[in-house]
Design a binder for this molecule. Structure first.
Ligand SMILES: C[S@@+](CC[C@H](N)C(=O)[O-])C[C@H]1O[C@@H](n2cnc3c(N)ncnc32)[C@H](O)[C@@H]1O
Length: 225
């Protein structure tokens, strides 16, 4: 498999957001970026690799899309029959998502991924990742995995489009590698499939990897009360 890792060149889809904050604190003011329309990551439609995946594997049950932004991916999944909850910390992004024509069973909730209600433990059949993992500070990736693990049902699926090697010198988007992803997920998940998508937004071609993971049946992870 021809997978690149973290080569760098200027100016990626997330533009000029600074990444100089302290550990765990997100230096990006996402709400401010949406308010002024500084959202170069928002292409106006669902991730092409997700659309292709859905055409072969429509998702059923309850589905969570963390960091959903203005909801393009949420609506693409809902259109094919899933009950989809889009989560984002930005009130403005969610206002835009809610103002888009209603498709089917989609809804939105404003919350921080690392501060979810305990009642969400084991709630979802699927979690769909696209440009949330690469947006959070890399130091927070352990917290990200704990949150995803906690909200999935035993045997639930995690479909992810990981951004391996964004063009930006400084993230976000923050790149990753297959090795890092494996280390983060392999304790509680089983990798079912992975592939390099042949469809991507302009500028992201050959920079992404799709992976389908299944959470183990033995894993018990609860969100804090
Ligand atoms: C790069 S944007 C991608 C948005 C959307 N997935 C898209 O592709 O258009 C990252 C999104 O994650 C949200 N986000 C960042 N950190 C978050 C957190 N800790 N909890 C929830 N949402 C978060 C931001 O508000 C933003 O909408």
């Amino acid at each position: 498999m021809n997978v690149n890792t973290n080569s760098a060149s200027p100016s990626g889809p997330l533009g000029s957001a600074s990444n100089s904050g302290s550990k765990q604190a997100d230096p990006v003011d996402w709400e401010a970026r949406y308010r002024v329309g500084d959202t170069p990551w928002d292409e106006g439609y669902a991730a092409p690799a997700l659309t292709t995946f859905l055409s072969k594997h429509p998702m059923r049950g309850e589905i969570l899309v963390p960091g959903c932004g203005t909801g393009h991916d949420v609506r693409a999944i809902a259109m094919l029959g899933g009950r989809v909850l889009g989560l984002d910390l930005s009130e403005t992004a969610l206002r835009m998502a809610r103002s888009a024509p209603h498709v089917a069973e989609e809804s939105y909730e404003q919350a921080k991924l690392f501060d979810l209600p305990a009642s969400w433990s084991g709630r979802f059949d699927w979690v769909v990742e696209h440009t949330c993992f690469c947006a959070i500070p890399p130091e927070s990736r352990g917290d990200y995995v704990r949150a995803i693990t906690a909200v999935l049902k035993p045997g639930g699926h995690y479909f992810a489009i990981f951004y391996l090697n964004p063009a930006a010198i400084e993230g976000p988007p923050h790149g990753t590698s297959r090795e890092e992803i494996k280390q983060l997920f392999e304790a509680d998940f089983e990798l079912q499939e992975e592939w390099l998508p042949s469809e991507a937004f302009e500028g992201r071609e050959r920079r992404e990897i799709c992976q389908l993971w299944r959470k183990g049946y033995e894993t018990i992870s609860l969100l804090d009360c």
